[in-house]
Design a protein around this ligand. Sequence first.
Ligand SMILES: Cc1cc2nc3c(=O)[nH]c(=O)nc-3n(C[C@H](O)[C@H](O)[C@H](O)COP(=O)(O)OP(=O)(O)OC[C@H]3O[C@@H](n4cnc5c(N)ncnc54)[C@H](O)[C@@H]3O)c2cc1C
Length: 381
Amino acid sequence: MQRDLFEEEHRLFRETVREFLAREVAPHHDRWEKDGIVPREVWKRAGEIGMFGFGVPEEFGGAGITDFRYNAVIVEEVMAIGATGLGYSLHNDVMAPYFVDLTNDEQKARWLPGFASGELITAVAMSEPGAGSDLQGIRTTAVRDGDHYVVNGQKTFITNGINSDLVVVVAKTDPDAGARGISLLVVERGMEGFSRGRNLEKIGMHAQDTAELFFDNVRVPAANLLGPQEGQGFFQLMANLPQERLSIAVMAVAAAETVLQTTIEYCKNRTAFGRSIGGFQNARFVLAELDTEVDIARLYVDRCILALNAGELTAVDAAKAKWWTTELQTKVIDRCLQLHGGYGYMMEYPVAKAWMDSRVQTIYGGTTEIMKEIIGRSFGF
Ligand SMILES: Cc1cc2nc3c(=O)[nH]c(=O)nc-3n(C[C@H](O)[C@H](O)[C@H](O)COP(=O)(O)OP(=O)(O)OC[C@H]3O[C@@H](n4cnc5c(N)ncnc54)[C@H](O)[C@@H]3O)c2cc1C
């Protein structure tokens, strides 16, 4: 179905992004998968062509445009080449609202130029070994001491965990105050007592650095608190999570579509019993069902992007987009792998890597079960 989401400027931007990825990313991604990380220079080069911080005001080196369609273009192009190691969407789609909307003028001047240039890589550290879905169960603390907070605790599964320079750490500033006792503090690379643990070994997304972080009496200036006062962190997270979930949904549909197209080609070319695989009604029916579902998913997600741009995307609609598209993605890729036969299990075929990379999509950013809780609670039970 014809998409009507994008305009001429997005199409031009897509060409720039596609050309950049073909030149700077695609030829190297296999090596980065083995290294377990993407070199920082690739971030800077992406920054040079304006891939970061569209919403960053021009005076701080951004484009000053709030339009999630640009974010979607990047995510779609990245997924079209399976470059799952790039943490760009975490930086652009997830972290931008924290750094653009929650910062004061002094913080903007300190952080936004580097954010937009790709010199300051960002991350968000919510999850801990003992608490993921249950955010209020975190144990990291930030105790006020004069002009500083003293941060102690441990985080895990942090995307861009090794490469990040600015980490938004979710910590308890008042452990007895429940949701009102949580605050967001920016911990910076090099602060004493802040260390990185392992770059975690994952099922897929091998080029993405996902790490443990440790905080041992880290003295973080009070000037690094996000928002005008402490105790707002939980609500700041809740306000930004719909955009994070929409980004994952865009990724899900783009990945599913990419694998579907390569599988259709594969089914045209591979033969068995004297005919192409696509000559079997089963293959045609499977592909027809998947293609229909991906089309429908795309329309819902496109509508969510417009709603986000209009400031109207609700937590419930974002939850619907996140769980349904990511479950669809894993189904599409699994069925496509089946249509590849034994070749689908071989890493030299893109479907095999896509299968491994996709599995996490129903987990991070809030699991499918938590998304259904959000939707179910909206009925007033
Ligand atoms: C590759 C990767 C990257 C990640 N990146 C980040 C990051 O950058 N920053 C960050 O902070 N975190 C990140 N995470 C963490 C991720 O957000 C959590 O793993 C996720 O929220 C689930 O938390 P958990 O792993 O503690 O699982 P748990 O919360 O222990 O859940 C275990 C199971 O119980 C289910 N469950 C839990 N509560 C309920 C409930 N109320 N009702 C029904 N079922 C429930 C869950 O759905 C799940 O199936 C990342 C994780 C991965 C794997």
